[in-house]
Design a protein around this ligand. Structure first.
Ligand code: FES
Ligand code: FE2
Length: 451
């Protein structure tokens, strides 16, 4: 019997004010509801404008069980289309990226589409004369995603007709994305290279929680951080610091450092961690870059941009950025216990190569499957997915730092060790998913009770 499918009250009860029920990780019904209501009604990151510079350039992605194409149209606009042939449903584009010329052609019976998705031609057209084909969905071509927003080059979409507008949905949090783009003297970013992909055997929310988890680092990453520190401590004073050391040594900061970072939460699960300081605050200066920034923005503004270096800014539920090393993580849920992680690198336009070298080194050292950091995280995430099933405790604790005044607050600041950033993810989760299940009839978020 279905436990959650038609029962928003039961779904809402999975999120209490200071803890969450393990079914949010484990239940396939919950996963299906998330894909339909949470991911369907939210603004989801698809790709970056710089990946489709010229008309005909496209990328494809599998997101929340839907196949999508992002393409640069002849009028230079970015379009998002369902990658589903209007004839019999075949996937029209099978490559991850490329240039399709003036249109798409389906590999099954060669129905042809323009870059805006409209039907350009079908073989054996006379066979359709006098039929209803032109008047029904099939005659309209590839389904167009209507709600698309390009913000500072980042392309987001919302599948559902119902839902908040882009600015309202990300209200408050967008300053962190602005900061990342503003780190270019030209105010623009571009993707560098391909991404690192890693399929992880855990629920997507376990990974996303960790992006807000400062306290695990001194524990989970102790072996790599302390090994780096031990090697560095043996070097003669005044030795030049290698890039890898610069990137890894901050991981040796303890719990006090975690607390000192500071964080802010926003509605719908978004957050900025590291509002005071972060792992990325003390990278060595690049004088040529700083000069270019001062020239572009003036001294005061350039300083404000560069001194704000959050650890992670989450644009719930699909992506998180690190503005200072110019890197982005994108989460694509594949199942209740499978998640695809993509890690992307960006170049701020008009900056020296050393910045990109830092970005790529960071991604290799920290996020790649062969890193000295990510494998420890992934080991833990995958154990959670199985061990959380153990009998005797159905709940996951998010109690640390809980204060009643955080409930209902739309812009709440905390120390960096406070689990409010994770609690906030689940408050967003519960609101979005149950609003979707109740067709947005406005049932208020409950004052949770501890059972
Ligand atoms: S399924 Fe695409 S042309 Fe037939
Ligand atoms: Fe970690």
């Amino acid at each position: 019997m279905s436990k959650y499918l038609d029962n928003p009250q039961a779904v809402r009860a999975l999120v209490q004010e200071d803890r969450i029920h393990r079914d949010v990780y484990l239940s396939q019904e919950i996963f299906d509801l998330e894909m339909e209501h949470l991911h369907g009604r939210s603004w989801i990151y698809l790709g970056h404008e710089s990946q489709v510079r010229e008309p005909g350039d496209y990328i494809t992605a599998e997101i929340s069980g839907r196949s999508l194409i992002m393409v640069r149209n002849t009028d230079k606009s970015v379009r998002v289309l369902m990658n589903r042939c209007a004839h019999k449903g075949a996937k029209v584009v099978t490559e991850r990226s490329g240039n399709t010329g003036r249109g798409f052609s389906c590999p099954y019976h060669s129905w042809a589409y323009r870059l805006d998705g409209t039907l350009a031609g079908v073989p054996l057209r006379q066979g359709y004369e006098g039929t209803r084909m032109n008047d029904c969905e099939s005659g309209q071509g590839l389904v167009k995603v209507k709600n698309v927003k390009v913000y500072r080059g980042f392309v987001f979409f919302r599948l559902s007709e119902i839902g908040q507008g882009f600015e309202d949905y990300f209200k408050g949090a967008l300053y962190a994305l602005d900061n990342m783009a503003d780190r270019s003297p030209e105010g623009e970013l571009e993707v560098v290279g391909e991404c690192l992909r890693n399929e992880i055997r855990c629920n997507w929310k376990i990974y996303l929680e960790n992006i807000n988890d400062t306290v695990h680092a001194p524990v989970t990453h102790e072996s790599s951080a302390m090994s780096a520190k031990a090697v560095w401590d043996e070097q003669p004073e005044g030795s030049p610091k290698p890039l890898a050391m610069e990137l890894l040594l901050p991981f040796a900061g303890g719990v006090d450092f975690a607390a000192s970072m500071g964080g802010r939460v926003f509605p719908n699960g978004h957050s900025v961690l590291g509002t005071n300081t972060s792992l990325h605050s003390n990278y060595s200066a690049v004088p040529e870059y700083e000069e270019a920034m001062v020239k572009a923005y003036g001294k005061e503004r350039a300083h404000a941009i560069l001194s704000f270096a959050p650890q992670n800014s989450i644009f719930y539920p699909s992506m998180a950025v690190k503005a200072a090393p110019q890197t982005m993580r994108v989460l694509r849920p594949l199942g209740s216990n499978r998640t695809l992680l993509e890690v992307w690198a960006f170049r701020p336009k008009g900056t020296p190569d050393v910045l990109v070298q830092r970005t790529l080194s960071y991604n290799r050292l920290v996020f790649s499957p062969l890193s000295v950091v990510a494998h420890d995280d992934i080991q833990v995430f995958e154990t959670i997915q199985s061990s959380v099933r153990s009998p005797g405790n159905d709940w996951v604790s998010l109690h640390r730092g809980f204060k009643a005044d955080e409930l209902g607050s739309t812009d709440y600041a905390s120390d960096g060790a406070n689990e409010v950033l994770m609690r906030n993810q689940y408050r967003g989760w519960a609101k979005l998913i149950t609003e979707g299940m109740t067709r947005g009839d406005g049932a208020p978020f409950p004052k949770a009770v501890n059972a």
